[in-house]
Design a binder for this molecule. Structure first.
Ligand SMILES: C[S@@+](CC[C@H](N)C(=O)[O-])C[C@H]1O[C@@H](n2cnc3c(N)ncnc32)[C@H](O)[C@@H]1O
Length: 400
């Protein structure tokens, strides 16, 4: 793995935390006999208590490198994202679904802006629960809610486990891409699982490069079906998503009536496992640089893979849910009325209007988030006479 030499160096305390995480990961590898699956590595790198990227002190979300952040998400980019989602949620709240649940709420920005928008529409949910794996983010969410929507903050509760049964609206933005994936490599026509071992290159013993990939041949009968079906025998690296599929099944088991909306980057199986996508989709984010090295500074950078929306849809259907919509983020937001909302601002007030219009453009543009990001709605027991407005035009369920 090449060193990403142009990336900014972390401060000394962050490097020390990364070294501690690398020690923990190294011990885990030793205890497992010298090799762990990439999913185990990713899980430790992101969620090891107190040290993982999401559970430790990294800034994570923000506008640019100056605030020490690594990436920006739609709710951070513009309140119009939450306001438009609120327009989709209003008729559902009015259908007698007065509870909401958000997975992986990040800084709490989506929760705060959704609650403010729903209050304005006269459709505040009775309760808003957050399921968050990271204690550090939970505290940040509490601060954001207290600052942005102090009068609504008491409606929000944090859950340590999933409720057995939930009726209401579920939302998760960029949560599925943060779930660990397994890596597989087809080389010389044979499938290997690509896992992680201690680095043997010996050029650098610091946390920055303590690990490297190691491929293990797997017997033909253990090759996941999606991979076995890939045509050709050229070399390919790709991912499988047992954890996010399991998550979709758990959501299906829990959702007794209502709708779950997941927004994320990804595609259906046909595109995901296209023979031309030979390098897979694993990507890391550090200080607003996207790069492919998951072993750089464990715990100080985000590691993600695109979502296989067919996998999510099939797992949800297995659990008894219906797929009531799947489309691009741009289509969804336009269908749900983002441009009408933007036009409530006065275009002659350029100081307010131009930054708002720029941010909305990023949410919609094909070259930015509009096409790569998708929205999927998984539902049970909804009133079928009221289809979901966000999928009114350009629904792509048939591609899943
Ligand atoms: C990329 S961040 C997105 C945060 C926020 N939704 C946003 O859009 O800014 C991913 C979030 O998903 C959370 N997460 C990952 N797996 C989760 C799970 N199984 N349950 C709940 N949260 C999860 C992480 O802790 C983190 O808060």
């Amino acid at each position: 793995m090449q060193k990403a030499v142009s990336l900014p160096l972390p401060p000394a305390d962050a490097l020390a935390a990364s070294d501690s995480l690398a020690t923990l990961i190294g011990e885990t590898i030793d205890a497992a006999g010298g090799w762990i699956g990439f999913d185990r590595y990713m899980s430790l790198a992101l969620y090891a208590p107190g040290l993982g990227y999401y559970s430790g002190g990294a800034a994570k979300f923000g506008r640019d490198v100056r605030d020490g952040s690594d990436f920006v998400t739609a709710p951070e980019l513009s309140p119009f994202f939450a306001r438009t989602l609120a327009r989709q949620f209003v008729p559902l709240l009015a259908q007698g679904l007065p509870r909401m649940l958000e997975f992986g709420a990040g800084t709490g920005r989506l929760a705060a802006d959704l609650l403010l928008a729903l209050e304005q529409e006269g459709q505040l949910p009775e309760s808003y629960c957050i399921v968050e794996l990271s204690g550090e983010l939970r505290a940040r969410q509490q601060d954001t809610l207290t600052q942005r929507a102090p009068h609504l903050a008491t409606r929000v509760q944090w859950l340590d486990t999933l409720p057995e049964r939930f009726e209401g609206i579920i939302v998760g933005n960029e949560v599925l891409d943060a779930m660990p994936v397994r890596l597989f490599a087809r080389t010389g026509g044979r499938w290997h699982e690509r896992g992680v071992a201690r680095s043997v290159t010996g050029d650098d013993s610091t946390a920055a490069h303590a690990f490297s990939f190691e491929d293990r041949l797997i017997p033909a009968h253990s090759v996941p079906d999606a991979l076995r079906a890939m045509p050709g025998d050229h070399d390919i690296v790709t991912e499988t998503h047992a954890e996010s599929d399991g998550f979709a099944r758990a959501v299906g088991a829990m959702l007794a009536r209502g709708a779950a909306f997941f927004i994320d980057y990804g595609f259906p199986s046909g595109e995901y496992y296209h023979p031309q996508r030979a390098g897979g989709t694993l990507m890391c984010h550090y200080r607003h640089h996207a790069h492919p090295d998951p072993f750089l500074y464990p715990g100080l950078q985000d590691i993600t893979a695109h979502v296989n929306f067919s996998g999510i849809a099939h797992a949800a259907v297995d659990a008894g849910l219906a797929v009531s919509g799947y489309t691009s983020q741009a289509r969804f937001l336009m269908n749900a009325g983002i441009t009408d909302l933007l036009m409530t601002l006065d275009p002659s007030d350029t100081r307010a209007f131009l930054p708002a219009a720029n941010a909305v453009q990023k949410l919609l543009s094909e070259a930015e988030m509009g096409e790569l990001f998708k929205v999927i709605a998984l539902t049970r027991g909804l009133d079928e006479s009221e289809p979901l407005a966000g999928f009114a035009r350009g629904d792509r369920c048939h591609t899943l």
